[in-house]
Design a protein around this ligand. Structure first.
Ligand code: ZN
Length: 575
């Protein structure tokens, strides 16, 4: 019997050596024989099961689930029916990554835009290379004259010219299209002449209060750049894709995740309109990865206890996972709510500036309690220690204790104090950290809050030492959806200028991987479903060109590449 199966396996191995035939063969097998499986072997297979690295020789998938993880010699005893063998050829396999916090709807919209950021976010180095990228995008997407071209992510400080782009830079290449280049801060953008005309911004346009309109020197003629209150109305007026168009963008949005090894994406603050869009996409079978949506507190009256929006279970890969509160802004924008004043004045020169909170403490506590009593998991965006204290207050007030296993999540938890972590343990709070900040804005934080406070940003080591389960996110599209960059920032904590921010908080590669697999699985109550490789869990895998646990130079972590991403046994991305 075994011999016959092995022969069959060999036949299949021969068939799948041709890339195109593999999917054909696999789908044919699953149609004809429910007892068909895939055997993975021949490389490092990290299970992420347990507190120290564990390897197995072989993994078998059947019907989207893991039916075996262990020695290769014993694996054959688990064969029944047909088996496709996949030789990893020395590559590394581990559970695919689980995004703890990002904004999936941004990925949907960004599928219609082009990345014109500089390294590490993108590859634009100067204005000519940006123009070239925009031209290529126009051609590839078949964008016609008169239509919009939107690019995102430019940072004037990272361009060789060290200046903002102007409409003159854009007009030469795009005389007949409306062009908008969104600034990396998302608080401004540069428009070309056609777009300025559309926005009705000309020499007679008065700069609104709290806004910035760049003008050509010595004239009143707009130069292209609009910021803050001058940019917002333009941004809000931009044509949005229709729901039908959105449906067609769902695949491209998911590809951004799977090409980075993620098979679970979070929609980090979902409006009712988008909840309906996601529901339609799920119903139409458009999701091939899991989407966890966090409906916003501000529309709670529309979704709480509404049978249209059941919480906590997947339906066609879509789950409404928890209620989301946004308590403050961002520390680099001086809008994170701090317990003590910033070292610098506020955005408008305010003294003793502590930032803003968006919900008064008592109101927050009331809303959180309502969600908890309706069995909705609560999740708080809190960056500053003031906002974190408000979240702790609301959790405590809702009567939650660690033993209740309610897993309230504090998203970002960036500028927290050591004493907060004791409360996290007591109340069972799990933080999802954001170590990418150390690189992107670490130097800004040192200036804004001082070196000592900045050094304790996203204290992963301190939290892990207390046994707190943590995760680490990109907040995409705030930073790049790249798990290896996330790993690197948590293992090195180096700022753009090369300073190490809180060297005592660096974690090792295994802990960094936990924060992308088992950590987020726990936070979404899915540790018995995904995040590690063991019998009974989903066959969600990522195959890497290098084993992150065997990389000696921390900087080389950034260079690891995803070779293949597998969701429930099906290959969803292949390099
Ligand atoms: Zn976010």
């Amino acid at each position: 019997m075994i011999k016959k199966i092995l022969i069959l396996a060999l036949v299949f191995a021969t068939i799948i050596s041709c890339k195109n035939k593999e999917t054909e063969a696999t789908s044919e097998v699953s149609e004809n024989n429910s007892l068909s499986q895939i055997l993975y072997y021949g490389g490092d297979i990290i299970t992420m099961d347990g507190d120290i690295p564990q390897y197995v020789e072989a993994v078998i998938e059947r019907d989207g689930k893991i039916i075996y993880a262990g020695d290769k010699a014993n694996a054959v005893n688990n064969f029944a029916g047909k088996t496709v063998e996949v030789d990893l050829q020395g590559k590394t396999m581990l559970p695919s990554f689980i995004d703890p916090h990002s904004h999936f709807m941004s990925a949907v919209l960004m599928s219609t835009q082009v990345n014109v950021a500089s390294p590490p976010m993108g590859d634009v180095t100067d204005i000519p290379s940006m123009i070239k990228k925009l031209e290529k995008f126009k051609e590839e997407k078949g964008i016609k004259d008169g239509e919009w071209i939107v690019g995102w992510g430019y940072d004037q400080d990272l361009l060789a010219e060290k200046r903002h782009i102007t409409k003159m830079d854009l007009d030469k290449a795009f005389p007949n299209n409306k062009v908008l280049i969104v600034h990396i801060s998302m608080h401004g953008g540069v428009l070309n002449s056609k777009a300025l005309e559309w926005a009705e911004v000309d020499e007679n346009y008065e700069t609104p209060e709290g806004g910035v309109v760049a003008r050509i020197e010595g004239t009143n003629e707009p130069a292209g750049l609009l910021m803050e209150m001058a940019y917002m109305p333009v941004f809000n007026k931009l044509p949005q894709p229709s729901e039908d168009e959105m449906m067609n963008l769902m695949k491209a949005a998911q590809m951004q995740y799977v090409s980075n090894g993620y098979t679970h994406a979070v929609e980090g603050f979902t409006h009712i309109k988008d909840m309906n869009t996601l529901k339609r996409a799920a119903k139409e079978g458009r999701f091939f990865i899991d989407i966890a949506s966090l409906p916003g507190f501000n529309e709670m009256d529309k979704w709480l206890n509404n049978p249209e929006y059941p919480f906590g279970t997947y339906d066609n890969h879509l789950k409404f996972a928890g209620g989301k509160f946004t308590l403050d802004g961002s520390p680099q924008g001086l809008t994170a709510y701090m317990a003590e004043p910033y070292s610098v004045p506020g955005p408008n020169g305010e003294k003793n500036w502590v930032g803003n909170t968006s919900i008064p403490r008592e109101e927050l506590a009331k809303l959180a309690k309502t969600m908890v009593s309706n069995n909705v998991q609560i999740m708080f965006h809190a960056n500053g220690d003031g906002a974190i204290e408000d979240a702790i207050y609301a959790i405590e007030n809702a009567g939650i204790k660690a033993a209740d296993d309610k897993r309230p999540i504090i998203i970002h938890s960036q500028f927290q104090k050591l004493e907060h972590l004791k409360k996290y343990v007591e109340l069972g709070i799990s933080p999802t950290y954001f170590t990418n900040h150390a690189f992107y804005w670490g130097d800004v934080h040192i200036r804004n809050v001082g070196l000592e406070k900045a050094s304790f940003i996203s204290p992963m080591k301190a939290a892990n030492d207390l046994g707190i389960i943590t995760s680490n996110h990109t907040d995409f599209n705030v930073t790049l959806l790249d798990p290896f960059f996330v790993m690197w920032t948590s293992m090195k904590r180096e700022t753009r200028s090369g300073k190490i921010l809180g060297g005592d908080q660096v974690i090792d590669a295994y802990a960094a991987l936990q924060s992308l697999t088992t950590g987020p699985a726990y936070q979404f109550f899915e540790e018995n479903r995904k995040g590690s490789i063991k019998k009974g869990l989903l066959a969600d895998f990522v195959i890497l060109d290098t084993n992150p646990l065997k990389v000696k130079d921390v900087d080389a972590i950034k260079d690891i590449k995803v070779v293949e991403t597998i969701k429930e046994g099906k290959s969803v991305f292949k390099k």
